[in-house]
Design a protein around this ligand. Sequence first.
Ligand SMILES: Nc1nc2c(ncn2[C@@H]2O[C@@H]3COP(=O)(O)O[C@H]4[C@@H](O)[C@H](n5cnc6c(=O)[nH]c(N)nc65)O[C@@H]4COP(=O)(O)O[C@H]3[C@H]2O)c(=O)[nH]1
Length: 681
Amino acid sequence: MRKLGRVLEQSPASVMITNINGIIEYVNPRFEKVSGYSAEEVVGKNPRILKSGDKTKEEYKAMWDSLLAGREWRGIFHNKRKDGSIYWESASISPLRDDRGQITHFIAVKEDVTAQKRAEDQLRMNATVFDTTQEGIMVTDADNLIKTVNPSFTRITGYSSEEVIGQSPSILSSGRHDDGFYEELWDSVLHKRYWSGEIWNRRKDGSVYPEWLSIAAIPDEQGIAKEYVAVFSDISKHKENEEQILYQANYDALTGLPNRSLFSDRLDQAIGSALREQWKLAILFVDLDQFKMVNDTFGHVMGDELLQLVAKRISDCVRESDTIARFGGDEFVILLQDVSDMDAVAHIATKVIDKITKVFTLYEREIFIGASVGITIFPDDAMNADSLLRNADMAMYQAKDRGRNNYQFFTASMQKRTLERQQLELDLRLAVQRSELEIYYQPVVDAEFEKIVSVEALLRWNHPHRGIVNPGVFIPLAEDSGLIGPIGEWVLQGACEQLNRWHNSGHSDLRLAVNLSSRQRELGLEAGYLQQILQESNLDPDMLSLEITESLLLRDTEEAITWLSSFKTLGVNLSIDDFGTGYSSLSYLKRFPVDILKIDRSFVSDLPENTGDVKLVKTIVAMADSLNLGLIAEGVETKAQADFLVQNGCSNLQGYYYARPMSAADMSAWLQRDMRSTGTT
Ligand SMILES: Nc1nc2c(ncn2[C@@H]2O[C@@H]3COP(=O)(O)O[C@H]4[C@@H](O)[C@H](n5cnc6c(=O)[nH]c(N)nc65)O[C@@H]4COP(=O)(O)O[C@H]3[C@H]2O)c(=O)[nH]1
């Protein structure tokens, strides 16, 4: 019996003996160690002091039912130690009987299975991760044959586990990587036990996809790799996004051409190669003429489509290896590599202009635009990308100044001209204060009745060093700098005062036309100001007409209508200058409060020989007739032109044939002359 006692005392299992009522009578030292309670603390107590609250009442009842029926009970307890920590015990509880077979005690033999339980939980969790993770997992053996794969492997690759187990992972090879790539990969796995990187694999359906793959070698106790675990995720979507971001950062979304940033990179690279190979580069800066007008008239959708067609036409002019970029708006830039012959560069520029000036047909409309091209050469003109682009831009402006639809090579004198332009702008600021501006007047005659009907006020600048500067040069400068605001008001006031003087000297029927710039609207010219001038000059508003260009009508149409209508309300007339050069249409003539059309000089100069112009002028005359608009032909230089116009219903004529623009004093003298001699001198 003592021997038995020793067995209990030294048992590696916890032993607890309770009486029939479940009151603890004995616990062995192992119990004390595992539970943290001493024998004194638990003897006389109910074992429920160990309860963690995990088992339900029903479970305890089932256990007691079984024990009281004399059956052994086996199960797991989730118990609480004295310090509150939880542990798992596997228990076997048996009833002890006396000689009469009556149950007197219960003996519980328990084993702490916490570690085992944790390991099982860990395994279960690993299995769940393996089954549910989005990453594909493939485990291979020491010979690198597939041992197991998870469901995501099947989802990504299309192979079921049955199809791949026992196979080499090479069935996934895409063929996109060379042997060297796999050698490096395995070298890292074998020596560093790890590799991760991007790899292209092939699905069962043959499609190739990029994945992010990590391979780890799992060593045995001796450190020898027994298994390899490969974890991978399909990164096609991620790559697509990455490519899209890269694309957006480097390409123009509308035309698909490289943008400014990619162009600059390519230009830098091209400069590098050109230096090495000792060849030249040409940069062509292409700016569209009249594009803004199309955009404003027909809307952005049409403007966008036009830009796409332009991009296509420019691409047709150069080699695949050349770069064409869109810098935004209506600016395109071409980079030609390895150029030796400047004639060839000029030829390409001509080709680009020819292609762009050909008619575009969009939504059954015929659209004409033009292009001005500036060219600069590396290394002749500059050594770096920024300067080259600046030069090409400057040359492009020169091409525009020279009448559009042509190209200009950059020259050092252009830089000089740009500086001169800046100087001229400074001078213009002082011109008003120094009284260097003067209003000239050009008569408009009624050729049928041989009398003067009106004068047009045309501004001149008597520059102290340059002499007379024409408005074609300084009006754009004044518009760019905002100086057209005060200058335009000065012209209105001066011309109205002068007309008043002529009225007072007996020419009371004489009318006046003054040019308005669209910028004057933005710069705040208001009808109230004009009304004041008219009152101060004692003029009937009907004696004044404001000349506006077609482009003014087309830009910000609604605002322009409101602005012009406010002048119209005063009683002044509005005339459209350069009629026929833009996208004149009957519909906008009806929308604008216009009174007079001026036929542009360009349609008059080839009359009466040019049949196209003949037709056009006849159409404008008919249009003015039917809309009840006044008509003036500009730029009449010959008797033949005058005769043709009069015979065809336009008798109000303006041009050198009658008189050039002249100072107010000369105009006064002219007014005194006999109108009968007009045009015969
Ligand atoms: N070859 C040729 N040319 C002729 C003939 N008859 C007249 N011209 C020129 O044609 C231009 C007619 O003026 P515009 O079309 O209003 O075109 C004007 C007008 O748009 C603008 N401008 C002139 N003065 C002013 C002004 O005070 N304010 C504004 N905003 N613009 C002005 O500058 C433009 C150019 O003015 P100008 O150089 O004075 O040029 C004038 C005039 O000198 C001819 O028979 N043959």
